[in-house]
Design a protein around this ligand. Structure first.
Ligand SMILES: C[S@@+](CC[C@H](N)C(=O)[O-])C[C@H]1O[C@@H](n2cnc3c(N)ncnc32)[C@H](O)[C@@H]1O
Length: 274
């Protein structure tokens, strides 16, 4: 990992996998299905695959033999992905995978040759405007559909509400847009940048909401999410720290006792060549 890159741990990705699966927009799978063709197994490239959760979610929703190419810059996550492939396609056909260590914003033109579908999930907010622009160009040049799930919009709702929630949300979003080792991250602005980039390059774009709804039955994930959300907010605005400690204790006891519900808004994008 290079300096300035945000790292996603495999423990966090595993903890969120079920909530991600429940949140992704299933109707975009129906929208993309008629466009999936090719000779031999369907070739899908997952960009920023992490531990491979997108493949485990999507491969069993598609028919026929598939070959997934899982790309990430993090070798530890690629190792977990390689050890946990999807079981089979919807009709029982085999699904094979391979992993490749790559910077997905600097793929060579031949890297995606033969791809019938590109996917990504929970990726865009970690990018700079230049990296996102390169990624969008790469997707459009591949001339196949791109299904990009779970991009955060910056909106969250906590129930019960508290007057401090808004200040934390603003500070968290500012943290997502921070400059890290000279890289200005897009955070929640990535959605608008991706929409504008795909539209400018002539893609047919569909956008769907894909929120996490974390209720009392997901207390562990809600607690972990909240802890990270508050810590990032306080790192960005240290002046929040004094009020944050009592607020944090109250929220975490609420999560542990099943009194906290959280909605974290995302969107899924489907870009198709016209
Ligand atoms: C939040 S994780 C999501 C992982 C996975 N897609 C999922 O939904 O669980 C973002 C992933 O993107 C990878 N990533 C971010 N920027 C990347 C880049 N420029 N090149 C390759 N991988 C990148 C990270 O290493 C991480 O695994």
């Amino acid at each position: 990992m290079a300096i300035g890159e945000v790292r996603a741990g495999s423990g966090w990705l595993t903890l969120r996998e079920a909530a991600d699966a429940a949140a992704r927009a299933p109707d975009l799978v129906e929208e993309v299905r008629p466009y999936l063709r090719g000779n031999g197994p369907l070739r899908v490239h997952d960009l920023g695959c992490g531990t491979g959760s997108m493949a485990r979610w999507l491969a069993p929703r598609l028919d026929g033999p598939q070959h997934w190419v899982l790309l990430d810059r993090d070798t530890d996550l690629l190792r977990v992905a390689a050890a946990n492939p999807p079981e089979a396609a919807a009709d029982g056909a085999p699904v094979t995978i391979e992993t490749r260590r790559r910077d997905i914003t600097r793929l060579s033109p031949g890297e995606l040759e033969g791809a019938a579908l590109l996917t990504a999930s929970a990726l865009l907010d970690m990018m700079t405007a230049e990296e996102l622009e390169r990624l969008v160009r790469t997707c459009v040049a591949a001339a196949c559909p791109a299904l990009i799930a779970l991009s955060v919009t910056g909106e969250v709702e906590l129930t019960p509400g508290d007057p401090f929630d808004g200040a934390v949300a603003d500070a968290f979003n500012a943290h997502q847009r921070r400059t890290l080792a000279g890289r200005r991250l897009l955070g929640p602005d990535a959605v608008a940048a991706a929409v504008s980039g795909f539209t400018r390059l002539g893609a047919d774009l569909q956008v769907r909401p894909s929120p996490w709804h974390l209720g009392p039955d997901q207390a562990e994930l809600a607690g972990e999410w909240f802890t990270g959300w508050l810590a990032a907010a306080c790192e960005q605005r240290p002046e929040l720290a004094a009020a944050a400690s009592e607020y944090g204790r109250w929220r975490l006891s609420g999560a542990a006792e099943g009194r906290l519900s959280v909605t974290v808004h995302h969107v899924d994008l489907l870009a198709r060549p016209r």
